[in-house]
Design a protein around this ligand. Structure first.
Ligand code: OOG
Ligand code: NI
Length: 266
């Protein structure tokens, strides 16, 4: 079995291959002398029997992760959970969400069914599956039909299995006092940020402050044509201590709801 480090190295490699923005920000932070620590990655899927979280989570459960929180997103019709490593709290957390497919139109469900049919049930247990990209065909027209009902469905169908984002742990940075100064640094370097619900999501009282870039457009290859669509983004998170003195490790649904919108078309 692969190590946790190898798993995240593969995910990072795949993520930065289509997302030079994250690579550039990472390099800018390193140039200031920072060592970038990853707070969490996010994965997206559909809630079918074959592709749902229950199935996909076995891959990281086998690496020592366990479910430590659940979140509902009623407006977007998503379920989500976060996983932490049982033994090593320094390993990045994994936030994984799934589309509640049956809440959408017959047409959307038919496209998801077609996607699901193209995946081999055994392949989903492969330790490399979470960075295989899109193991199905998708036309640009299908993408647009999904987009009309759910930005999330369209993104997931287009990009498949990869990290949707990595997250810089602000707690581990030494040259920024707060999330405000880091956001200013990102903006000053010319990157667009997600302003849905304000630049900063969450408060110190909620024990988590977050911000993110807007996903840049990439020229994605569909089965029929290539088209520019929003790709992956980079997130920044600052955690505060709970009463026990340990940093809060959960997520805030109201903030996450806005972070999801970092892959919307601007
Ligand atoms: C996940 C959005 C939520 C967070 O840190 O709250 C999230 C996604 O966009 O897939 O990552
Ligand atoms: Ni996140």
């Amino acid at each position: 079995m692969q190590s946790v480090e190898t798993f995240f190295d593969h995910l990072w490699q795949q993520y930065t291959d289509i997302n030079p923005q994250a690579h550039a920000i990472h390099a800018l932070l390193q140039a200031r002398g920072e060592t970038v620590v990853n707070d969490h990655v996010a994965l997206r899927t559909f809630n079918t029997e074959k592709l749902g979280i229950d199935r996909l989570s076995t891959i990281f459960e086998n690496m020592g992760y366990e479910n430590r929180g659940s979140y509902d997103f009623t407006a977007k019709q998503l379920n989500a959970y976060h996983f932490e490593h049982k033994e090593n709290p320094n390993h990045p957390k994994i936030f994984i969400s799934e589309l509640i497919t049956e809440s959408f139109s017959d047409e959307l469900q038919a496209i998801v069914q077609k996607i699901d049919d193209q995946v081999d049930a055994a392949e989903v247990f492969d330790e490399d599956f979470l960075y295989t990209g899109r193991p199905w065909n998708l036309t640009f027209d299908e993408y647009i039909r999904l987009l009309q009902e759910s930005e999330y469905a369209a993104w997931t169908a287009a990009f498949g299995y990869r990290a949707n984002h990595f997250t810089v742990s602000i707690n581990h940075l030494t040259t920024f006092f707060d999330i405000q100064s880091l956001n200013q640094f990102i903006l000053d370097n010319g990157f667009a940020m997600n302003e849905s619900g304000g630049l900063i999501k969450g408060t110190p009282q909620q024990l988590l402050e977050q911000s993110s870039t807007m996903a840049p457009m990439v020229n994605l290859e569909f089965s029929d044509v290539n088209h520019l669509i929003p790709s992956c983004f980079y997130e920044f998170a600052k955690r505060y201590p709970t009463e026990s003195g340990k940093l809060y490790q959960g997520f805030i649904a109201a903030s996450a709801d806005k972070i999801f919108e970092s892959t919307n078309s601007m």
